[in-house]
Ligand binder design. Structure first.
Ligand code: HEC
Length: 174
């Protein structure tokens, strides 16, 4: 083998040796990037930043949206009147919570962040499932704001304040 061929051999071998890892690295990073664009964790269309502060603060519009979402997702168990008397309730132990009764004992916390968490992860060992996969962050907060208007919650929960809303991030929520 003359020197030129040896040089070529090492050059090509070197390129191949480096190219693999470099492509893999770029590929992996690109894949992650693509995934985060295609499946944003928050359920928000790519490129749209969520203003978490206003989502968590809530508005009268959110209470209304939450009421609609409650009627669509929760009434089989919690009932259309949110009194725990849905058609499926009779067969459930423990029974679904009655959100109209201020004296009802709760398994989990009744503050806004606690309710958000129960909505996201459910109440393990009960029929209360988590909705993190089926409802967006905004939807879950809208439901929290709606529940906050009901007799069994209103007087027992401190409405979200500015400081809490500014600090809240979904990744720190659980
Ligand atoms: C399949 C029936 C079912 C559905 C659907 C359901 N829940 Fe529940 N939910 C329950 C049961 C049962 C409990 C009581 C759990 C317990 O005692 O820990 C509960 C508990 C809760 C609690 C916590 C009460 C506590 O004791 O800490 C909240 C808040 C709640 N549900 C909200 C909702 C909302 C909002 C929806 C709709 C998005 C919903 N649930 C859908 C059955 C259901």
């Amino acid at each position: 083998m003359d020197n030129r061929r040896t040089m070529e051999f090492f050059l090509i071998a070197g390129f191949l040796g480096l190219a693999g890892p470099i492509c893999a690295l770029l590929g992996v990073r690109d894949g992650e990037h693509l995934a985060s664009v295609a499946y944003p964790k928050s359920g928000t269309p790519a490129g749209m930043a969520i203003d978490f502060k206003s989502v968590v603060m809530g508005s009268p519009g959110d209470e209304e949206k939450g009421r609609t979402l409650f009627q669509a997702n929760c009434v089989a168990c919690h009932g259309p009147m949110a009194d725990g008397k849905g058609p499926a309730a009779a067969s459930l132990t423990p029974p679904p919570r009655n959100f109209q009764d201020a004296k009802a004992r709760w398994t989990r916390g009744r503050e806004p962040q606690d309710i958000y968490r129960t909505l996201s992860e459910g109440s393990p060992g009960t029929a209360m499932i988590g909705f993190a996969a089926s409802l967006t962050v905004q939807d879950r907060w809208a439901i929290v704001h709606y529940l906050g208007t009901l007799d069994g919650v209103r007087g027992l929960y401190h409405p979200v304040d500015e400081a809490m809303a500014s600090a809240w991030r979904p990744e720190k929520a659980r």
